[in-house]
Design a protein. Structure first.
Length: 240
C-alpha cells in the first residue's frame, strides 16, 4: 500500500490486489460505496494520515473518493476536498445529488449519509458566517456635503470597509459600507445614523453590480477615512 500527499486537500492511496484481500474487500464493493466500503475508506485514510504524518486533516473526506483501476490491476483512490474552489450554492447542490443517489441506490449506506449530514451542517455554519461577514448597506446622498456630514455624525469609529461612488445617472453619491469585522451593534448604529443623512438601501448582488456599472469610483478603500480627512481639510480652510 502506497500513500502520497498530492496537495493540501488531496491524498492518493494505491492498493494492490493483496492489500484488498487483507482488508477483505473486492473492487465491486468499492465501486458500490456501501457501508463496508466506507468503513474500508476510513481505515486506509487513518493509515495514510499516520504514514504521511498528517494531523488535523478533517477537511479530506471519505465521501469525496475518486477511484481508478491501474494497468497492473492495483487500485488508485484519491480523497480530496475541493470545497474551497466551489461556491456555497454548488456545494449544496453536490450534497443534494450525493444524498439522492445514495437513497435511490437502496444499499443503506448509513455511514455515507451520516457524513453528508455532517458536511451539510458545516456548510450551513459557513453560510451563516459568510452572510454575516458580507452584510452591507448603501447610502445615497444628494451631494458630497451630506456624505461628509454623515461621517462626522458617526463619531470616532475604527476603520470601516467602505467605498464611495458617484452615480453617473443623477449625480448622487453612493457610500457602500461592508460589515466585515464590525460588531453587530456598531454596524447597526452606522446604518441607523445613515438614515438621517441619506437614503439607505440594501441591495442584492445583482442590484449592487448594476449600481457599480453605472457609477464612478471616487474613493475605492476606506471611504470613511477619506471623507473624514476631507472634512478636516474643509474646516481648516474655513478657519484660515
Amino acid at each position: 500500500m502506497k500513500f502520497q500527499r498530492l496537495n493540501e486537500n488531496e491524498i492518493r492511496c494505491v492498493l494492490s490486489e493483496a492489500d484488498l484481500t487483507r482488508f477483505g474487500i473486492k473492487l465491486d464493493d468499492i465501486l458500490e460505496k456501501s457501508d463496508k466500503t466506507l468503513k474500508f475508506f476510513s481505515e486506509i485514510l487513518r493509515e495514510a494520515f499516520i504514514a504521511l504524518g498528517i494531523k488535523g486533516a478533517g477537511e479530506i473526506r471519505v465521501a469525496s473518493a475518486q477511484i481508478s483501476v491501474l494497468p497492473d490491476n492495483s487500485i488508485s483512490i484519491i480523497f480530496h476536498d475541493c470545497r474551497r474552489d466551489l461556491s456555497l450554492d454548488i456545494r449544496r447542490e453536490i450534497l443534494d445529488m450525493m444524498e439522492e443517489q445514495l437513497k435511490l441506490g437502496g444499499n443503506g449506506c448509513l455511514e455515507a449519509l451520516s457524513e453528508i449530514r455532517a458536511l451539510r451542517e458545516e456548510l450551513e455554519l459557513e453560510e451563516k458566517e459568510f452572510l454575516k461577514e458580507k452584510a452591507s448597506f448603501v447610502v445615497s446622498f444628494p451631494s458630497l456635503n451630506e456624505a461628509i456630514d454623515y461621517i462626522s455624525g458617526c463619531g470616532a469609529v475604527s476603520r470601516v470597509v467602505s467605498s464611495l461612488y458617484k452615480d453617473r445617472r443623477n449625480g448622487s453619491y453612493l457610500l457602500f459600507v461592508l460589515k466585515h469585522i464590525l460588531s453587530d451593534s456598531v454596524f447597526q448604529r452606522l446604518k441607523l445614523i445613515a438614515g438621517e443623512y441619506g437614503r439607505v438601501m440594501e441591495l442584492s448582488i445583482a442590484g449592487e453590480s448594476f449600481l457599480l456599472e453605472n457609477s464612478d469610483c471616487i474613493i475605492k478603500e476606506n471611504a470613511f477615512g477619506g471623507l473624514r480627512s476631507l472634512n478636516c481639510f474643509t474646516v481648516v480652510n474655513q478657519k484660515l
